[in-house]
Design a binder for this molecule. Structure first.
Ligand code: IDP
Ligand code: MG
Length: 196
């Protein structure tokens, strides 16, 4: 009951400050803003966001649900989700540091071979924890228990993407999502998974 009341209270505050839909400026970390200033509170870091994508092989192999479930069960909050066929242009901006690599043409073929499911997950230390959950780039080196370690065997088909730094995550979220596609909603479990 107390948790429920706190959720209601937070929602009222949130709507007062930010409205139910967000603009890209306040969206990347989801904190309420007032006159452009982020509210000072111990929420810092709790609402870090990262971009996770299920690549075409993961979609074809019906792994979307299992991958989403891992992030839900870990305690992260889903704030954006969509399925799309990636264009070469978007891909070249997403993988701008890899366009000169010998495997890049094959990476483009792979990533444009079918739809991807792209998501934004929010929570404490989301970027680093997600990378640990996803596992090393080469599935041959990825530990069992990670997504890549459990569902893939070769670097050319490693099932999932995860942002590798908070700065990279911000860039990727802006690249893949419009501000209004991300929802700043209150999850009642938030108070249970993290001290606020
Ligand atoms: P990451 O996905 O773990 O961040 P990156 O080095 O950023 O790894 O590479 C992006 C993606 O490029 C990898 O996830 C994988 O799909 C592909 N890739 C990386 N290295 C190779 C390679 O040596 N051969 C084929 N594909 C590769
Ligand atoms: Mg990377």
């Amino acid at each position: 009951m107390i948790i429920f009341q706190r959720c209601i209270f937070k929602r009222v505050l949130q709507q007062f400050y930010a409205g139910s839909q967000e603009t890209s400026g306040s969206l990347l970390r989801g904190l309420p803003t007032l006159n452009g200033h982020r509210s000072e509170s111990n929420l810092a870091g709790v609402r870090e966001r990262t971009l996770i994508a299920v690549k075409p092989d993961g979609v074809q192999r019906r792994l979307v649900g299992q991958i989403i479930q891992r992030f839900e069960l870990r305690g992260f909050k889903l704030v954006g989700l969509k399925m799309l066929q990636v264009s070469e242009d978007l891909l070249s901006r997403h993988y701008s540091q890899l366009t000169g690599k010998p495997f890049y043409p094959d990476l483009v073929k792979y990533m444009t071979s079918g739809p991807v499911v792209v998501m934004v997950w929010e929570g404490y230390n989301a970027v680093q924890t997600s990378r640990a959950m996803v596992g090393l780039t080469n599935p041959a080196d990825a530990q069992a228990g990670t997504v890549r370690g459990d569902f893939s065997i070769h670097v050319s088909r490693n099932v999932v993407h995860a942002s590798d730094s908070p700065e990279g995550a911000q860039k990727e979220i802006q690249l893949w999502f419009q501000g209004q596609e991300l929802l700043n909603w209150d999850c009642c479990y938030h108070n249970i998974t993290c001290e606020l």
